[in-house]
Design a protein around this ligand. Structure first.
Ligand SMILES: *[C@@H]1O[C@H](CO)[C@@H](O)[C@H](O)[C@H]1NC(C)=O
Ligand SMILES: *[C@@H]1O[C@H](CO)[C@@H](O)[C@H](O)[C@H]1NC(C)=O
Length: 536
C-alpha cells in the first residue's frame, strides 16, 4: 500500500463527509439526554421533529412567543438552555421511540442564520468500548463487532467511522444494503467477513486518529452500539526552562492540518506569529522554537495534527549557577556529572541535549523511577547514584557532546504525608519554605533549581593532550617494558641466589667431608648444620 493511496483515502474520507447533505447521524443510549446543537449569539433557537404528518415544533426559545406545547410523547422532557450567548434545546429520558430526524434553526434579526439536521438513533444498549491493537508485522487489523444481539434473527450491522479534524460519524458499511463497503474507494482497504461482524482494515489507514463504531440493528431499531478506538497517541511532557534560555519544543511534521496551540494562540506557520517564536519547517520538522524564555512563555503547548498530539508544559526553573559549567573529556573515558541535591525529599531528573540529535531535550534518568525508558545508546553505559545526585556515563563517544542538566524537584510524596493540623514541624524537610497543606502544587512550584554542564568530547589523537591521556598503544608498550625489566631483575636475583646456594653447599660438603675424615662422627645427620647451610 503506497502512502499516496492512503493519503487519497484520507482526503476521500474528509471530503466525502463535507459534501454530503444528508442529516448527521447521532447515536444515544436510552435514558440519556441529547442536546440539539447550540446557537451562538442568535436571538432565538427553534427545533422541529420530522414526522409522517410533517414537521412538529418542539420549542422556540424566543421570550416574545407564548410557550410552545410539544407533542404529547415529548412533554416534560424538553428543556431550553440559555447561557449568555449560547442557546440550546435538550431532550431528556430518551427512548428508542425518539429515533427520528430533528432540525435546529438559529434566528437572528428575523433571518435564519444557521440550521442543522440530525438523525437520532436511540440504541438499547452500549457494549464496552475496545482499543484497537495494531500489530506492525501484520498488514491488516481485525475488528470484531462484539454484540450478543448479533446472533438474533433479522439483524444487520452498520459500521461508522469518525476522524480528525471534524470527528463526524460517516456510514461506510451497512449489511442490510450490501456486504461490500458502501463506497468503492474503501473496498481495497476493508475486507468484510462473517456477515459484517468482522472487518479486516488495512494498517496504513489505522495510523490516523480514527474511531470506529459498530451498531447492530433490527429493522430500524438500534440494539447495540460499540466504540473502537486507537490507543491514545497523545504525549505529555514537562519542559523545565530557565530565564532567557532558548527552547525547542520538538514535534515532527506528520499528518495533515498541523498546528501549534500556545499560550499566545494557535499557529500553523511562522508567518502568523507576533512574538519571537517560530516554527521550523525544514526536514520533516514542525518544532516550535522559543529564542528567549521569559515568564510569559510558561504554560501549555500542543502540537496537533491528524495523526498526533503532543503536549508540553513549559515551566520556568531557577538556575543554580548563571552559566553552565564546562567539561572536556576524551573519547573512551568516563564522564561523571554531579547535581547538588542536598535533601532526601527531592526528585532529580537528568536531561541531555545532544548536538548530534539537533539539541532535542531527552530525559536520561529519573531518580524516583529508575525504570523510565532511557535513550538506547545509554543502556549499559549509564550508572546513577541512588538519589540521582550523580550520574556516570562510561565509554564516552563523540556523539555524547552537548548539554547535560539536572532538574531538582520537591517530592510530591512528602506533601501527601503532611500532618494536616501541624505543618510547622515539617518546615525543615522542605527547606524552610512556608508551605501550606492546601496550597496547589503546580510544576513550577515544585522546581527547586536546574543545573547544567556543557560537555566537550575530544578524540584520542596523540599529541592533543598526551599527558592527560597517553595513547593506549604507548601505554601497553610502556607497561610491557616495565614487566620485562621486573622479570629480568627477578631472574637475575634468582640466578645469583641459586649460584650462591650451590657455592655454599659445595663448601659445606667439603668441610663436612673433612670433619668426617677427622673424627669419624656423622655430622651429616645434624639438623642444625643443614638448616644453616639452607639459610645461606
Ligand atoms: C419563534 O418566536 C419568534 C418571536 O416571537 C417568532 O417571530 C417566530 O415566528 C417563532 N418561530 C416559530 C417557528 O414559531
Ligand atoms: C439587524 O438589523 C438591523 C436593522 O435591520 C441592523 O441595523 C443591524 O445591523 C442588524 N444586525 C445584525 C447583527 O445583522
Amino acid at each position: 500500500m503506497t502512502s499516496i493511496r492512503s493519503l487519497e483515502f484520507l482526503l476521500f474520507l474528509l471530503f466525502h463527509h463535507v459534501y454530503s447533505e444528508k442529516p448527521e447521524p447521532v447515536f444515544r443510549i436510552q435514558d440519556n439526554t441529547i442536546e440539539m446543537g447550540y446557537c451562538f449569539g442568535a436571538d432565538y433557537i427553534v427545533v422541529y421533529r420530522s414526522s409522517p404528518e410533517g414537521d412538529q415544533l418542539l420549542g422556540n426559545s424566543s421570550a416574545d412567543t407564548t410557550p410552545v406545547t410539544p407533542p404529547a410523547d415529548l412533554q416534560g422532557r424538553i428543556k431550553i438552555n440559555k447561557q449568555e450567548f449560547l442557546l440550546g434545546l435538550q431532550i431528556h429520558g430518551l427512548t428508542p421511540m425518539d429515533s427520528a430526524i430533528y432540525r435546529k434553526e438559529c434566528w437572528q434579526n428575523q433571518t435564519l442564520v444557521s440550521q442543522l439536521t440530525q438523525q437520532l438513533f436511540v440504541c438499547n444498549e452500549e457494549i464496552e468500548s475496545e482499543e484497537i491493537i495494531v500489530k506492525e508485522e501484520d498488514a491488516g487489523t481485525e475488528l470484531l463487532c462484539n454484540s450478543p444481539s448479533m446472533r438474533l434473527e433479522g439483524t444487520s450491522v452498520r459500521w461508522y467511522h469518525e476522524m480528525y479534524p471534524n470527528y463526524k460519524l460517516t456510514l461506510f458499511l451497512d449489511t442490510s444494503v450490501s456486504l461490500e463497503p458502501l463506497v468503492e474507494e474503501l473496498q481495497s482497504f476493508v475486507k468484510v467477513k462473517d456477515k459484517g461482524a468482522l472487518l479486516v482494515i488495512d494498517n496504513s489507514v489505522l495510523k490516523n486518529n480514527l474511531h470506529l463504531y459498530c451498531f447492530v440493528f433490527k429493522g430500524k431499531n438500534c440494539l447495540t452500539m460499540q466504540n473502537m478506538h486507537l490507543p491514545d497517541r497523545s504525549e505529555n511532557r514537562d519542559v523545565f526552562a530557565s530565564q532567557d534560555e532558548r527552547m525547542v519544543l520538538h514535534c515532527s511534521s506528520e499528518g495533515y492540518n498541523q498546528y501549534w496551540e500556545t499560550p499566545f494562540g494557535k499557529f500553523n506557520s511562522s508567518d502568523q506569529m507576533q512574538n519571537e517564536m517560530y516554527i521550523t519547517t525544514e526536514d520533516k520538522d514542525f518544532s516550535l522554537v522559543i529564542p528567549k524564555v521569559t515568564d510569559e512563555y510558561t504554560g501549555e503547548y500542543s502540537c496537533i495534527s491528524s495523526s498526533r498530539e503532543m503536549q508540553y508544559y513549559l515551566v520556568l526553573c531557577p538556575v543554580k549557577t548563571s552559566s553552565p559549567h564546562q567539561k572536556t573529556e576524551f573519547e573512551g573515558r568516563n564522564l561523571l556529572l554531579n547535581c547538588d541535591v542536598d535533601q532526601e525529599d527531592q526528585t532529580v531528573h537528568w536531561y541531555r541535549r545532544l548536538k548530534s540529535k539537533k539539541h532535542i531535550t531527552e530525559l536520561i534518568h529519573y531518580s524516583s523511577d529508575p525504570m523510565v525508558s532511557i535513550p538506547e545508546d545509554l543502556i549499559d553505559r549509564l550508572t546513577a547514584s541512588k538519589k540521582g545526585s550523580s550520574l556516570q556515563i562510561s565509554n564516552l563517544m563523540m556523539n555524547d557532546a552537548g548539554e547535560y542538566f539536572c532538574v531538582v524537584l520537591r517530592d510530591l510524596k512528602i506533601l501527601e504525608n503532611y500532618p494536616v493540623d501541624d505543618y510547622t514541624d515539617t518546615e525543615d524537610t522542605t527547606g524552610g519554605d512556608d508551605l501550606s497543606v492546601d496550597q496547589y502544587w503546580s510544576e513550577s512550584e515544585r522546581c527547586i533549581f536546574k543545573q547544567g554542564t556543557i560537555l566537550i568530547v575530544k578524540d584520542q589523537v596523540p599529541g592533543t593532550s598526551p599527558r592527560a591521556n597517553p595513547p593506549a598503544a604507548a601505554h601497553i608498550i610502556g607497561s610491557a617494558v616495565a614487566v620485562i625489566v621486573v622479570l629480568l631483575i627477578v631472574v637475575i636475583v634468582i640466578v645469583i641466589a641459586i649460584k650462591r646456594k650451590r657455592k655454599n653447599s659445595q663448601e659445606q660438603r667439603k668441610s663436612d667431608e673433612l670433619d668426617t675424615q677427622k673424627d669419624g662422627s656423622t655430622k651429616k645427620d645434624d639438623p642444625s648444620t643443614k638448616m644453616l647451610t639452607n639459610e645461606c
